[in-house]
Design a protein around this ligand. Structure first.
Ligand SMILES: C[S@@+](CC[C@H](N)C(=O)[O-])C[C@H]1O[C@@H](n2cnc3c(N)ncnc32)[C@H](O)[C@@H]1O
Length: 268
């Protein structure tokens, strides 16, 4: 993948050096003893992994880490059944037992799905984002208020297109949120999205992703879209649930006849 900035891992001296080197090797970036001169770098402390970015207009560096124990996240997942995403994944008004979050990102939605009671397999193709998410999940598994939810989540730092077919049995529902729309106006979320752009890399083809998901024949595919954008790959959903800033397009593959099943291979 192509990244816009040279990245490195700086480890607090109190971190066991073998652990830091292992992570640097996994991320394929150098382990450095002095972060000066790096505009963007990972900082590993005994407590967490974070991404630090020195940005032109900010005196203070910005930082990004995954923390499921914040009051904001705990509030969001306290009553998951009110959330539109949870309404969208229900099958005959029931929460499905198994869901794949095929575009994991920083895991906000995966955590909500798990809080609603689903067993969630999360795929994230970008190993930098995957490392931040793995770190957040590891800490959440140790915190009493998030441990139970966290135990329902399995992270795969892999490309969904290549690996979703290996899940046995296949999930009942697959959830897709392939883009980073500016969906939340809060300063913190905006800052997180901005910093993420430093490590985002190439996104891959929506069509390929949609085709791989369709191929495993889930009972439902739910796609998050910005409110006014076209449906993913221009394929009309079975129905849509609209919120204030986003909508969820719901596809029920069994409701498509042989003639109306979308052709998703690259030649169509
Ligand atoms: C908009 S973010 C998802 C945000 C997520 N819903 C959340 O709550 O944090 C999209 C993510 O999907 C990942 N992604 C895109 N295509 C993928 C693929 N084929 N396999 C795995 N991950 C993919 C991107 O790397 C990116 O991190």
């Amino acid at each position: 993948m192509a990244y816009k900035f040279p990245l490195a891992l700086f480890a607090d001296p109190s971190v066991i050096s073998g652990h830091a080197q292992q992570l640097a090797d996994l991320l394929n970036i150098p382990l450095i003893s002095d972060p000066r001169g790096y505009q963007v770098f990972f900082n590993l402390t005994p407590n967490h992994l974070e991404l630090i970015a020195h940005e032109e207009n900010n005196k203070k560096p910005s930082s990004l880490r995954v923390d499921f124990t914040t009051p904001g996240n705990l509030r969001r997942v306290k009553n998951p059944h009110k959330e539109l995403l949870i309404q969208a994944i229900k099958i005959r008004k029931k929460i499905p037992a198994t869901v794949v979050d095929a575009t994991g990102g920083l895991g906000r939605d995966a955590f909500l799905l798990a809080a609603a009671g689903c067993k969630v397999d999360v795929f994230e193709q970008n190993h930098f984002i995957g490392a931040l998410l793995a770190d957040g999940l590891k800490r959440a598994a140790l915190a009493p208020q998030t441990a139970r939810v966290c135990n329902r989540i399995t992270l795969h730092i892999q490309n969904t297109v290549e690996h979703i077919g290996e899940l046995c049995p296949p999930p009942e529902v697959v959830y897709l949120d392939p883009m980073f729309p500016e969906r939340d106006k809060s300063a913190k979320v905006k800052q997180n999205l901005r910093i993420l752009r430093y490590i985002e890399g190439d996104q891959g083809e929506d069509r390929e992703l949609f085709a791989a998901v369709w191929a495993i024949k889930p009972r439902k595919i739910v796609v998050k879209r910005p409110l006014k954008s076209a449906p993913l790959c221009e394929i009309r959903p079975t129905y849509t649930l609209k919120g204030k800033a986003v909508r969820f397009d719901v596809y029920i593959p069994a409701s498509f006849t042989k003639d109306s099943t979308p052709c998703l291979n690259s030649k169509c």
